[in-house]
Design a protein around this ligand. Structure first.
Ligand code: URP
Ligand code: ZN
Ligand code: ZN
Length: 487
């Protein structure tokens, strides 16, 4: 009887700390041994000349979700997770979205049953909190957190989702008390809607005006404000999809003074600019919030990823088709205010960063692994089960051909969007075989995993959740602090 169910033999294994030649021995879905010259496995996979990397963890993606504007995503839990796996990602953390008036309990039941039936890789959930009433904050949210959903997103903009400052503080106080991370979509709603209202009145309705209305200042203002709110109650936060030098600088400064704030950026802020949107109605393909900016902002994002102001790199996969079901509810007459926001990116997240980050020498392989896998797992309470290659960890692995050249086309990809914002890009490096808990799910162009094989991941409290212990003195003296600073 062989010692291992699977041995991936002869590759260069890269983790968050080192790259080294090693075989990987897998037993019962976990990594059982890491060393050269392992005994023969029941199954042998030749990885000579290849890199063996931890499967990516995508901690920001929207799957089979009703968007903030009430539009259903193009991808369901099957197509999205298949697409993720083809791109070298083996864990996703999408959102269960509460809309105003929704019961969190019902929302969770609904998303859980759909994901359980269809997901082909493992998944956790974040919540979106748009209805922070007594029932949600005092009862349903603590129960959800205790069940392993240790993060939730709040919005400072979008008519149907946004919370005002006092509600944000209520949510942060609940998160602090029960041990969850608050993710924030930080854009100033008033600035955007004031400008957008005027643009539309003047007949300026093409996608390019979306990028103009979502000003850099609106991001910087909201990030500064939400950091101040988080500081008031000493609640760790993670600002999602940061796009501007000004926003990154707010995070950098707050971190320097000891505030527990993390930043995230996404492929669209490294590889697209507002010029991509400025092509008439087709520009809708590139419309997301915040919008892509300019080359200087791209550089600032790269710098933020290098120096830690930006902690993780996620896809913010928000897939909508270029038709009436998604981006263009009124066809050619759709104004930028009416089109669903978001771009697809689950499958290309890793290949883009590998090619333009690692292969160009901007990032080391360890930085690549950290930004695409390890830090996501660490921050969101999945490490070391996910996000690394270590004895005892799940055997979630991607074998990369570091020299494989790929020209991106929509047809190459497996999501249901029907387009990619990155069409025509020439990439070097591609995940050719992907394993989830030791089971091969991707073999070149073939998908081998069955719907429903993905497991829900109960996440544990991570270090990211520990308050910095520096809330303002007046607050820490309050007797009620740490007990019910609640609505
Ligand atoms: O435009 C975007 N990013 N759409 C997805 C929803 C969100 O705000 O993350
Ligand atoms: Zn957002
Ligand atoms: Zn998002």
């Amino acid at each position: 009887m062989p010692e291992f169910d699977l041995v991936i033999r002869g590759g260069d294994v890269a983790t968050e700390t080192a790259t080294f030649p090693s075989d990987v021995g897998v037993r019962d879905g976990r990594i059982a041994a890491l060393a050269p010259g392992l005994t023969k496995g029941e199954r042998e996979v030749d990885a000579r000349g290849k890199l063996v990397l931890p499967g990516g963890v995508d901690s920001h993606c929207h799957i089979e979700q009703l968007s903030s504007m009430g539009v259903m995503c193009a991808d369901d839990f099957h197509s999205a997770t298949v697409s993720a796996a083809f791109g070298g990602t083996t864990t996703v953390i999408p959102f269960c979205a509460q809309h105003r008036g929704d019961s969190l309990v019902e929302v969770l039941k609904d998303y859980s049953s759909r994901a359980a039936a269809k997901a082909v890789i493992d998944y956790g959930f974040h919540l979106i909190i748009a209805n922070p009433d007594e029932q949600t904050l005092a009862t349903d949210l603590p129960a959800a957190i205790a069940s392993g959903i240790r993060s939730f997103k709040i919005f400072m903009t979008y008519d149907r989702m946004r919370l005002h400052d006092e509600q944000i503080l209520d949510v942060m106080a609940a998160a602090r008390r029960h041990g969850a991370l608050v993710m924030v979509h930080a854009e100033n709603h008033g600035m955007i809607s004031w400008l957008a209202g005027r643009m539309v009145k003047q007949g300026n309705v093409l996608p390019r005006y979306h990028a103009i209305c979502h000003t850099r200042g609106s991001e910087a203002e909201a990030i500064q404000r939400v950091i101040a709110l988080a500081e008031l109650v000493d609640c760790p936060i993670l600002v999602v999809h940061v796009s501007t030098p000004e926003g990154i600088e707010q995070i950098r400064r707050a971190r320097a003074r000891g505030v527990k704030v993390f930043g995230e950026t996404c492929p669209q802020y490294l590889f697209l600019t507002a010029k991509d949107i400025d092509i008439g109605m087709q520009g809708a393909m590139f419309c997301c919030s915040p919008p892509p900016r300019d080359e200087a902002a791209q550089e600032a994002c790269w710098q933020g990823l290098k120096d830690g102001a930006l902690h993780v790199y996620s896809s913010d996969h928000a897939p909508y088709r270029m038709d009436a079901s998604g981006k263009l509810p009124k066809g050619e007459k759709t104004t930028f205010k009416e089109m669903a926001n978001g771009v697809p990116g689950l499958e290309l997240r890793l290949p883009l960063l590998f090619s333009f980050g690692y292969k160009t020498g901007r990032l080391t392989l360890q930085e690549f692994v950290n930004l695409t896998a390890t830090r996501h797992a660490q921050t969101y309470g999945l490490y070391p089960q996910k996000g690394t290659i270590a004895v005892g960890s799940d055997a979630d692995l991607a074998i990369w051909d570091p020299e494989k050249r790929v020209r991106v086309t929509a047809e190459l990809l497996h999501d249901a969007t029907g387009y990619t914002p990155y069409a025509g890009r020439e990439l070097t490096g591609w995940p050719v075989s992907v394993f989830s808990r030791g089971e091969q799910v991707v073999d070149g162009g073939n998908f081998l995993g069955k719907p429903g094989r993905g497991r829900f991941l109960q996440r544990v409290p991570s270090d990211a959740l520990q308050p910095a212990g520096r809330c303002i003195p007046e607050i820490s003296q309050l007797k009620t602090w740490n007990t019910p600073l609640s609505p």
